[in-house]
Design a protein around this ligand. Structure first.
Ligand SMILES: *[C@@H]1O[C@H](CO)[C@@H](O)[C@H](O)[C@H]1NC(C)=O
Ligand SMILES: *[C@@H]1O[C@H](CO)[C@@H](O)[C@H](O)[C@H]1NC(C)=O
Ligand SMILES: *[C@@H]1O[C@H](CO)[C@@H](O)[C@H](O)[C@H]1NC(C)=O
Length: 230
């Protein structure tokens, strides 16, 4: 036998993927959600969750995972239509009365958790944790070759894709087309080094590497590999 309040709880579970849900005659109905967001460094991101505006009484934005008053970004009361900023603001937030928050000019330091607490009618307290990941725009990589003129027969050429960035993927291009790996043309495990062993005349041409992450990619300047022997 399920009571009506339990059924309501289950219904919400299905529609809002709640992680916590309980109900008793005295306690507020508390629901918790987690949402992941990502943004590119220097860009902006809108942290928002659908809120039933007609049921909204107030909301609170916090920096971090806890509903800690010391880390208040903003507090809004619908009754008085008053929006107060807390001391955890960066000055780059824009808070909207529907409970959403726009972060502008995001930096790596903005990566982290933001918590939105909304209080609605029927004692409904809803906590949303926003996990924000700010991605770096990759820098242009360069290619280092131990020798761009390969003179000896059966010699090896090693091209290294040099990038100051971490957490990037590397792709290689030959004559502006994706490079095909063969028995002679291989990559080091982390794909930063292109190893051609032995070098053949067909390997003469233009090489580029490309560094990419989820948000951006940059290609190196072309490097010409010349096979000097006849
Ligand atoms: C905000 O102010 C409180 C009390 O004045 C302080 O304890 C807290 O560390 C401050 N928070 C930030 C993020 O500066
Ligand atoms: C490039 O480096 C590889 C490995 O260190 C070496 O075997 C090869 O001889 C070098 N090639 C030239 C042209 O120096
Ligand atoms: C790699 O192989 C594909 C399919 O055979 C070919 O179209 C492409 O031109 C090759 N890429 C290079 C750089 O040769």
């Amino acid at each position: 036998m399920e009571t009506p309040s339990l059924l309501l709880c289950k219904g919400l579970l299905l529609t809002a993927s709640l992680l916590t849900c309980w109900n008793s005659p005295t306690a507020a109905l508390r629901t918790t959600k987690e949402i992941r967001f990502s943004a590119a460094e220097g860009g902006k991101v809108l942290l928002s969750v659908p809120i039933q505006a007609e049921n909204l009484i107030s909301f609170h934005w916090y920096k971090g995972k806890d509903e800690d008053q010391d880390f208040t970004i903003a507090h809004y009361e619908k009754d008085t239509d008053l929006l107060k900023l807390g001391n955890a603001t960066s000055g780059r937030e824009e808070i909207y009365k529907d409970g959403s928050m726009m972060l502008q000019d995001v930096t790596q330091e903005d990566t982290g958790i933001y918590t939105l607490e909304t209080f609605g009618t029927h004692d409904h307290l809803e906590i949303t944790h926003f996990y924000l990941q700010v991605y770096k725009i990759v820098t242009k990589p360069t290619i280092q070759v131990n020798n761009t003129r390969v003179g000896r027969r059966r010699s090896t050429a090693i091209l290294t894709c040099v990038s100051p960035d971490t957490g990037i993927d590397t792709n290689w291009f030959f004559n502006y087309k994706p490079l095909n790996l063969t028995e002679r043309v291989t990559l080091s495990p982390e794909e930063r080094k292109l190893i051609i062993n032995p070098v053949w005349r067909v390997d003469s041409g233009i090489y580029q590497c490309e560094a990419s992450n989820y948000f951006s990619s940059r290609r190196s300047s072309p490097v010409l590999l010349v096979l000097a022997y006849g």
